[in-house]
Design a protein around this ligand. Structure first.
Ligand SMILES: Nc1ncnc2c1ncn2[C@@H]1O[C@H](COP(=O)(O)OP(=O)(O)OP(=O)(O)O)[C@@H](O)[C@H]1O
Ligand SMILES: [Mg+2]
Length: 336
């Protein structure tokens, strides 16, 4: 299952993603955590110190390796150089799973120990506003998008992405890659305006969008969010002393998080789990092709000097049916 946390700068995306990741880890669920936010703070929010956080390799700097691995033996993709962030998988491509070992995780992921178990952390690396343009060939989030487009994930495993609600995710199609998107909004006009923008983009693509109110202090705040967001308001979170203690570098055990916040996190998981029932691999594949053709036309063909529409494998549909055999193989040799 793939889950994004988006929202305005400073709304609490990183804080709430990190709490949700801790919640999943505490329940023993396999998690890949991805920091794709402009300000890279997810590692710190998961308890890494500065040195440890800085040592997590940047996916954005390993794009050639990521592309080469995912391209596999796909005859439609002549070289990593012609693979752009939206290039979809096809026959011969390598697909990735949440739990397996693979060279992509070796290069980009690092384990982070949390109460309950370890999660894998990957980070895009820091990026600037200029990385957020439509035409950016070197887009940092492109590495994440390629990963998501080659990922075959099941219902009981989680990829959680801490992400900026920027134009980049709309242009590339990244915003359509998730089973559910949690939009973190403070009870302010700016907070809800990001929600409206996201909702308007998302409407035509079947994106499941839910608002998580953050820093909600009382009935006034709650009324405001209810009035502005209506039924899309899933749950609200108030000020957390646990979060504050964590920010001071003294994280208490996760079970000591406030009860109301544990309840909110359970609610997020239940909602996410419920969306898996709606999973439509055909639509998922169709949408990646749609955005690939759009990006190919608007900048990719010109940039690579190739006709990138030819990368689309017309009969290919991503899904669990493609990995069942290799799964059986890997379970026979668990140390491989
Ligand atoms: N519920 C909360 N209780 C206490 N502090 C909070 C809460 N939510 C967020 N904060 C604090 O507010 C600040 C901003 O939160 P956070 O970094 O999670 O936001 P963000 O949306 O990821 O920001 P950015 O856009 O800079 O990445 C942090 O210092 C964080 O600890
Ligand atoms: Mg952040």
């Amino acid at each position: 299952m793939k889950i994004a946390f988006v929202g305005k700068g400073g709304s609490g995306k990183t804080t709430l993603s990190s709490l949700f990741i801790r919640h999943l880890a505490a329940a023993g669920a396999p998690v890949v955590a991805i920091d794709a936010d402009i300000n890279q703070h997810l590692g710190a929010a998961l308890g890494l110190d500065e040195r440890e956080a800085a040592a997590v390799p940047a996916m954005g700097e390993r794009l050639p390796l990521i592309k080469d691995y995912l391209r596999g033996h796909n005859p439609r993709i002549a070289s990593a150089a012609t693979m752009i962030k939206t290039t979809p998988p096809g026959e011969g491509s390598r697909l990735v799973r949440v739990r397996e070992p693979n060279p992509l995780y070796d290069a980009c992921a690092r384990p982070v120990e949390l109460d309950g178990g370890a999660v894998r952390l990957m980070v895009t690396g820091p990026f600037t506003d200029s990385d957020l343009g439509v035409a950016c060939y070197h887009s940092k989030t492109g590495a994440v998008e390629l990963y998501l487009n080659h990922l075959v994930d099941g219902p009981d495993e989680y990829v959680v992405v801490d992400m900026t609600a920027g134009s980049d995710s709309f242009a590339s199609g990244m915003f359509t890659r998730f089973d559910i998107t949690f939009l973190v909004a403070e009870p302010t006009r700016k907070g809800v305006s990001v929600y409206r923008q996201y909702r308007d983009y998302a409407r035509d693509y079947g994106v499941v969008l839910k608002v998580v109110g953050n820093k909600v202090q009382g009935p006034d705040d709650l009324d405001f969010l209810r009035a502005e967001v209506g039924d899309d308001l899933l749950v609200t979170v108030g000020h957390s002393d646990w979060v504050r203690a964590m920010e001071k570098g003294r994280p208490p055990r996760f079970e000591l998080l406030e009860d109301a916040n544990h309840t909110a996190l359970r609610r997020l998981r239940t909602s996410a789990d419920a969306t898996y029932e709606l999973r439509d691999w055909e639509r998922y594949t169709r949408q990646m092709v749609h955005f690939h053709l759009k990006n190919a036309q608007s900048w990719g063909n010109e940039r690579t000097g190739a006709d990138l529409a030819a990368q689309v494998d017309p009969g290919f549909v991503l899904g669990e049916h493609l990995v069942t055999l290799s799964d059986a193989g890997s379970s026979l040799s668990p140390t491989a």
